[in-house]
Design a protein around this ligand. Sequence first.
Ligand SMILES: [Ca+2]
Ligand SMILES: [Ca+2]
Ligand SMILES: [Ca+2]
Ligand SMILES: [Ca+2]
Length: 372
Amino acid sequence: MIAIVACAAFAGGCGDDTEPTGSITPNPNNTRPDAGTGADTTPEADGSDEDSSEDPDITAPDADGPDVDVPDEGPFCDTINLGVLGPNESIGTTFDFADASNEVQLSCAQGVVAKEIIVRFSVEQTSRIKISQVSSIQHGLNLQIGRGACGAPDEIACFNGGAQNIIAEAGVDYFLTLESAVGASTGQFQLKLDSEALECYPASSSTCDGDEVQRCETGFEIATYSCSLGCALDSCAGDTCENAIPMDPSGTMRLEGTLAGYRNNFNMRNRTECFDSGYALATDGPEILVALNGLTVGQTVRVDASEEIGDTNDNAVFITKGCASSTPECVAGADSATEKYEWLVTEAGDYTLIIDLISTSSPDFVYDITID
Ligand SMILES: [Ca+2]
Ligand SMILES: [Ca+2]
Ligand SMILES: [Ca+2]
Ligand SMILES: [Ca+2]
């Protein structure tokens, strides 16, 4: 209810701006997915893909909860240790199922009763590990991968054959459990591990280097972007809630520069309550956040993101309560054809101004913000 009332104000109806507010054209065909989620962790079950280099890397799930002490015993503790792989190192070892026993049931091979070979390894540097098997066994091997304490490793993937890539973090033990796909495991196979050290990890992590931000891209390579408004707290100023650009509760501020260092952390797609038009458009361009603290009733916040001041991109502008989540409560929001926005404060408090992007034709931005 609050959003609807305030959004009406944002449409320009209560301001002194005589410029007409353009109509908003909804795009019903917009099916773009959310950006920036990186490689997914769904393993390819089909082992026929010989060139696995384009498969998504398997990364560890987020750790949840404190570590629980587990005794160092069980089939994963009493196993073959391949040692520590250096960066860009390859090792190949031959194993024989004649030496194996059946103590583990693979999660991706329920019902298969088969002896397994378990090996463990770790890495000197966080690396992409290509796991391949050269088997003399006609029917191939299943592979389950775990990490953590040998007494109770966390399963991160299970595959029915084929070469696989995983990301192995330095300082963590990894366990590979291999067994025949059809039981009655006999014969020898060769297991080969190739490590490729990553430039950075995890993807999307970043750090400041002066007024530049160095970001770990989805390919685990470092990209450097200049931050037009400075860099702080590991990101360009205004890129995250934590380093939203503070603005005096009265006055004028111009924000100007290049969008390259900014990320798309907010997408108002499907957030009809965030648009005065009621038509929610995807805002999957990068946004700049401004902290509007200590606003009082009767003040007006104006945002100019128009071509008149040199901004050629199509913006949408939102006022939210709070910021920490990716779906903060909107109190106002619009995609105005004039690229000029205003909002009358009807409840004193701290707000976040999100200057977002519907579409981007220029790498640069110019925004003027006025509060009076
Ligand atoms: Ca088994
Ligand atoms: Ca966005
Ligand atoms: Ca604009
Ligand atoms: Ca617009």
